[in-house]
Design a protein around this ligand. Structure first.
Ligand code: FES
Ligand SMILES: [Fe+2]
Length: 463
């Protein structure tokens, strides 16, 4: 299967480098271009790792809600009447229509505009018109799908989309202590308000943005203004569990202007940049994949309520220029990854320590998940709804479809999922029907006369 080749199964494992004076090969281009890899990342990373999303100041009042989309998973955060922040997928439990339409606002209740089911601020089903005349419909089992929410010691809000009661990956495993790190001590996060949000859409894989952000080897060449923000000579990063801490020793000039920047990158896709001397501004940056070659750089810019306008604008303008320069770098590199010539290059173990740490982590979690899928002989979608035990017909339907590879988001990627040795009984006939249908769509005059399974080679021969 193609995806296993990307991961190195069936071939020699890539060499691991431990000598800090030797260059290290980067992840291959296919990891930045393949739809199959993107779907695997949706299962292995975005469905089960903790992701930083925003700050709690944005959900100040009862009923305040915000909608987000990460890797195709749309969800809502909302403050309920008890003051807790809840999170749920934006999917009606009736027929999957999105319950929340706007990006943000204040609500008393969430009413679905398809058939009128409504949900409380805690996601519980309040009303399902006409369903009180049915027997055996349990309202308590039809609330919105909850996601895990954590508000850390600094007030930042994290989510984990793992559908299990307790998420498989504890927050502490990746981020223990990150919310009380030294650089946050001078900050009183209650002094901040969201000034504005903006995004830069581009034709790049989200990981190329992470690679770019986590090194400053490119800074002297590509960012003429960076010396105002950080001392390039002393810039260094340290990878700890699930985060990468950027640091440099601020110059006297930077201290005077309050411009010394200190960033922390949180695997998989978020960073927070604060200023060490004169905390005028906080930048929360998220890299949001829309597909393998298409992402958004999304920014939430918080301003210190007590900072002079001029100080806030100086740093904001400078940073906006830097990220627009990064956008061009990433787009042009991605274009060449897409072209099919370049596989990978050798990275500098000190100057590109950040992206190497990021890539090593991505490789680890992706491989682990892929190994589990291989052992289970099926794809594992941690965020997916678990059916109740009595939904036996639905389970059979799902099973049949799994054999056919008709996972909702895989119809167009059949090469990954046809595992001919493990297909369920009954799936063969269905598979043939799929082939027939596709042939008909592409070549209306063709029909399948004969087909057979060919060994060795594990492929279907169709005439
Ligand atoms: S899909 Fe929401 S009420 Fe029917
Ligand atoms: Fe940059």
């Amino acid at each position: 299967m193609a995806i296993l080749n990307y991961l190195g199964f069936g071939g020699p494992a890539p060499a691991t480098k431990s000598n800090p004076r030797e260059p290290v090969r980067a992840l291959p281009a296919s990891w930045y271009t393949s739809e199959e890899m993107y779907q695997l990342e949706r299962r292995a990373i975005f469905s089960k790792r903790w992701m930083l999303i925003t700050h709690k100041t944005r959900l100040g009042q009862v009923g305040d809600y915000l909608k987000f989309d990460v890797a195709g998973y749309e969800f809502v955060l909302c403050r309920d009447r008890k003051g807790d922040i809840n999170g749920f997928h934006n999917v009606c439990r009736h027929r999957a229509y999105p319950v929340v339409q706007g990006q943000e606002g204040t609500a008393k209740i969430f009413a679905c505009k398809y058939h009128g089911w409504s949900y409380g601020l805690d996601g519980k089903l309040a009303k399902a018109p006409k369903y009180d005349e049915l027997e055996g419909f349990d309202k308590s089992q039809n609330g919105l799908f909850r996601i895990h929410v954590r508000v850390d010691a600094s007030g930042f809000v994290w989510v984990n989309l793992d559908g299990k009661e307790i998420p498989e990956v504890p927050w502490e495993e990746d981020f223990d202590g990150v919310d009380t790190q030294e650089r946050y001590k001078v900050y009183d996060f209650d002094d901040y308000v969201l000034d504005h949000e903006y995004k830069l859409d581009g034709a790049y894989n989200w990981k190329i943005l992470a690679d770019n952000f986590n090194e400053c080897y490119h800074c002297p060449i590509a960012h003429p203004d960076i010396p105002t923000l950080a001392d390039i000579e002393t810039h260094d990063v340290a990878g700890v569990d699930g985060y990468i801490k950027h640091q440099s020793v601020p110059t006297e000039e930077q201290k005077k202007l309050g411009m010394a920047i200190a960033s922390t990158y949180f695997f998989p896709n978020v960073s927070i940049s604060v200023l060490c001397h004169g905390p005028h501004f906080i930048m929360l940056q998220r890299f949001l994949p829309n597909g393998p070659k298409d992402s958004s750089m999304h920014y939430q810019i918080f301003r210190n309520k007590n900072s002079p306008e001029e100080d806030f604008q100086r740093i904001h303008r400078l940073y906006a220029k830097v990220v627009s320069e990064d956008k061009v770098l990433c787009e042009l590199s991605q274009r060449n990854l897409n072209a099919g010539v370049f596989v990978n290059g050798q990275m500098h173990p000190r100057l590109e320590k950040g992206p190497l740490y990021f890539q090593q982590r991505a490789r680890k979690v992706i491989r682990e998940h892929a190994e589990r899928e291989k052992a289970a002989n099926q794809e594992i979608w941690p965020a997916r709804q678990a059916l109740p035990g009595d939904a036996t017909v639905s389970m059979e339907d799902v099973e049949l479809c799994t054999g056919l590879s008709c996972q909702p988001n895989q119809l167009q990627h059949s090469s990954v999922v046809y595992d001919f040795f493990t297909m369920q009984r009954g799936a063969w006939a269905g598979l043939l029907r799929v082939f027939q249908k596709r042939l008909k769509e592409g070549f209306p005059d063709l029909a399948i006369a004969e087909w057979s399974l060919v060994f060795p080679g594990n492929h279907i021969h169709i005439t």
